[in-house]
Design a protein. Structure first.
Length: 504
């Protein structure tokens, strides 16, 4: 096994070296059209159907800046406590790869629109407390996304070993912002957790601004994690590597941990870390080499001659600042206190992406425990099965409030509520309308219940004998039979009362 494949235990690595972190996060904006043309940006369209001469880079085409993209970028910069440049401009970043139809990318280089910001990140500790880490933001700049390459015929899905590659240019030209941090020092053994917390809280911040759906699985949020090691007790920065396009919060944490262990092994064996891009392999929990890292000057940046500088007015900036929503961290803290939740329970709501819908359900008059029960249980399960965000399952906070009200009134039970959710999600109407149309009301009338109870008692004489002897433990067998006979519509509480009465 080569040195680059070896690792040292994490605790040993962070005792010998101080990790230095850096992050480059790309966020696709949720504008209706692309950055420099009017092509739509809908995800999942047929390949190469959302293209035009501008985003394909055909001769004679001229780009025009998307004002909504500029507004969204300024909002992100303000939320990250950045300064907004009085004037910024676009540049051409030259590189040659099939996913970039113009053979250059319109981006921003030495004159970004946002700069010098920060995000205070709360990192959970094992003892239940949190540590605040300030991640300084160097720049937030605008650019256009590239196309998407698919490598076919190989075992790994990568270009190495593939028989051929195909390219979809639908994504080329989609508005993209890049958030670049300064070096994050002094994280020590918490470095992996800091990385995960930063990307998670950055996602929450951007989503709260409603400028992107920030879905990592669809590529609208992509993280490049930079790691280098500094020998403990020195100020000598090590050579950094950049792990590209890490696609989940857990993977960000694991990729940083793996790279710290790998680089420590290289350095302790007398080797040198190579400045390169790397790829995180989720199956093995390791990173693999990509290509040697290209420095900025190798891209041969020069000013984009077809676009004028972006010069937002001070009045517009202040108008956008005044319209910013409550900061995610402050909102979470406020709601956690109001709902009386533990850190674990609140984090479960945040991780499920359910904060908005739970808050709206509570505002509709539902107890927070009931709201969390349905959104984090049945509705989260459906969202996972469908591969959508939790607010896209076809059920609204008002619907959940209606379902909880029907349960509280004794008209349906939890089992029937799941059928009501089916009907609401299928577009059959409000919860009350679904109950009426499907005949899902709870059977609490004594006549049908007694009939079902008598049949269940007759079918289970051994259970009846135990009940008559005073052993009430098997009463659930009779109640279960009654529920089955009534298709789950029996009032379980009333059924239990009637069973006791029938047994004398």
């Amino acid at each position: 096994m080569s040195n680059v494949d070896q690792k040292v235990p994490f605790t040993e690595a962070v005792e010998a070296f101080d990790p230095l972190l850096g992050f480059e996060v790309h966020v696709e904006l949720s504008t209706k059209s692309k950055m420099f043309c009017a092509c739509p940006t809908e995800f999942g369209a047929e390949p190469n159907t959302q293209v035009c001469p501008v985003c394909l880079g055909l001769p004679g085409s001229m780009p025009v800046v998307n004002q909504d993209a500029i507004e969204s970028t300024i909002k992100i910069g303000l939320a990250l406590n950045c300064k907004i440049a009085e004037s910024s401009r676009f540049a051409r970043k030259n590189y040659f790869y099939p996913d970039m139809p113009k053979d250059y990318q319109i981006s921003q280089y030495d004159e970004p629109i946002c700069y010098d910001g920060y995000l205070d990140v709360e990192v959970p500790l094992e003892d239940g407390t949190k540590k605040s880490v300030r991640v300084e933001i160097e720049r937030v700049h605008m650019e256009e996304d590239t196309g998407k390459l698919t490598h076919a015929g190989g075992a790994t899905g990568r270009i190495q070993g593939a028989d051929y590659s195909i390219v979809d240019y639908n994504r080329a030209g989609v508005p993209l912002i890049e958030i670049v941090t300064k070096v994050v020092p002094d994280t020590g053994a918490l470095a992996p957790e800091v990385g995960r917390a930063y990307v998670t809280q950055l996602r929450d911040l951007v989503r709260g601004l409603k400028v992107s759906d920030v879905r990592m699985e669809q590529g609208s949020l992509r993280c490049d994690a930079n790691v280098s090691l500094m020998p403990a007790g020195t100020s000598e920065w090590g050579t950094r590597t950049e792990t590209k396009n890490v696609n989940s919060f857990k993977s960000v944490e694991q990729a940083i941990r793996s790279e710290i262990e790998r680089q420590a092994a290289v350095l302790q064996s007398g080797g040198k870390v190579v400045q390169e891009t790397r790829h995180y392999q989720e199956t093995s929990g390791t990173t693999t080499s990509g290509r040697e890292k290209t420095d900025a000057e190798d891209y041969r940046y020069f000013p984009e001659p077809d676009l004028v500088p972006v010069e937002p007015s001070a009045e517009w900036i202040e108008e956008l600042r005044a319209g910013l929503p409550e900061a995610p961290a402050k909102r979470v803290a406020r709601l956690q206190e109001a709902w009386g939740l533990s850190d674990f329970d609140m984090q479960s709501v945040v991780n499920a992406g359910a904060l908005d819908v739970v808050e709206e359900t509570v505002a509709a008059g539902v107890d927070q425990a009931a709201a969390r029960k349905w959104w984090l249980g049945e509705l989260a399960r459906r969202a996972n099965e469908q591969g959508v965000e939790i607010d896209q399952v076809g059920v609204t906070p008002a619907d959940v409030a209606g379902i909880v009200a029907l349960i509280d009134e004794g008209k349906i039970n939890d089992k029937l509520a799941r059928e009501v959710i089916d009907g609401v999600a299928s577009g059959e109407g409000t919860p009350a309308e679904v109950v009426e149309a499907r005949g899902l009301g709870v059977v609490s009338d004594d006549g049908p219940l007694i009939e079902a109870i008598d049949q269940a008692l007759a079918d289970n004489p051994d259970v009846v004998e135990k009940l008559r002897e005073g052993n009430m433990q098997p009463v659930g067998v009779i109640i279960g039979a009654v529920m089955k006979a009534t298709r789950g519509q029996a009032d379980a509480g009333r059924a239990r009362e009637l069973i006791i009465e029938r047994l004398g």
